[in-house]
Design a protein around this ligand. Structure first.
Ligand code: FE2
Ligand code: FE2
Length: 293
């Protein structure tokens, strides 16, 4: 499918990738905080980003087809773009600058360090801490020219019907797969409890980083990385019919990870130079000296 020529703002409606995450926070507020916040505060919180997030999902749901995902897998899973140490990849990711106000937005590295430090503070195993640190590294896809809707956003299975429990389900009406009889039934090309390893997900930073790290990290870490944006399942249980028992057991880890991703944001920014030696050691313990992107 050829895509029409678009301006950069039409391709990338979010002023910042954080707008997607802020929207997640509005959809899935921190239970520890939501009682304290009034309805009015939530409305104010949601209002500014709402239209751009809507437009972002319109594009995501329109263009993430089974065929599109196959194209992106063929293009990116060759890993022929760059080779660098993991810390270097993080610094590369941090060159991602968007239109957001730098005073109020945390950069990518700060979000990753805050997530990891919150996991570490709760006494979890070191590979869990490392997973927190790595989990959004796949957003480097933006730096390879991918539009926002092919990097972030809630992920979902392609090749079967879109659940109405995915955010903005009405936009799937414009996705050609929803007219394709091979793909638009409950199971589509899949079968009952076939297991997520046999299911192709919409393309984005989760699957990409999973493919980069799959030979090196413990399986729970890989589930957290691969499915952390699959809100339609880990929050809504909309695809229970595709999960096998092993997936169900492993999703306990995805559930354990999610609050650290969503609720660890703090105005207190981590001091990168103080934390770097600890994370360099963790990287060296689990990952090769360089990774191929
Ligand atoms: Fe993410
Ligand atoms: Fe994240």
């Amino acid at each position: 499918m050829t895509q029409p020529t678009l301006t950069d703002r039409e391709r990338n409606p979010l002023a910042s990738l954080d707008e997607w995450e802020d929207d997640l926070l509005a959809r899935y507020p921190d239970p520890a905080e939501s009682k304290a916040k009034t309805k009015e505060e939530f409305r104010n919180y949601e209002a500014p980003a709402r239209d751009t997030v809507r437009e972002f999902y319109r594009l995501n749901h329109r263009y993430q087809t089974f065929e599109f995902v196959q194209q992106k897998r063929a293009e990116y899973l060759k890993f022929d773009k760059k080779e660098m140490p993991v810390w270097g990849a993080m610094e590369f990711l941090n060159t991602l600058v968007d239109d957001s106000d730098p005073d109020i937005e945390l950069d990518q590295l700060q979000h990753l360090l805050q997530t990891a430090e919150a996991i570490r503070a709760d006494g979890h195993p070191d590979w869990f801490v490392l997973t927190g640190f790595l989990h959004d590294m796949g957003k480097v896809l933006c730096l390879f020219g991918e539009p926002q809707w092919a990097v972030v956003g809630d992920t979902f299975p392609v090749g079967c019907a879109h659940s109405d429990r995915i955010v903005y389900p009405e936009f799937f009406a414009d996705n050609p797969d929803s007219q394709n009889p091979d793909y638009n039934t409950k199971y589509g090309i899949y079968s009952h409890q076939c297991g997520l390893d046999n299911v192709t997900m919409s393309w984005g930073h989760d699957e990409y980083l999973y493919q980069i790290t799959k030979d090196y990290l413990p399986e729970p870490a890989l589930y957290m990385i691969r499915y952390h944006s699959f809100y339609a399942q880990h929050r809504e249980n909309a695809y229970d019919h595709l999960l096998n028992n092993h997936d169900r057991a492993m999703f306990k880890w995805v559930d354990a990870f999610n609050p650290y991703d969503l609720y660890s944001k703090s105005p207190k920014t981590p001091v990168v130079s103080e934390l770097k030696p600890y994370y360099e050691d963790l990287i060296a313990k689990y990952l090769p000296a360089t990774v191929k992107l």
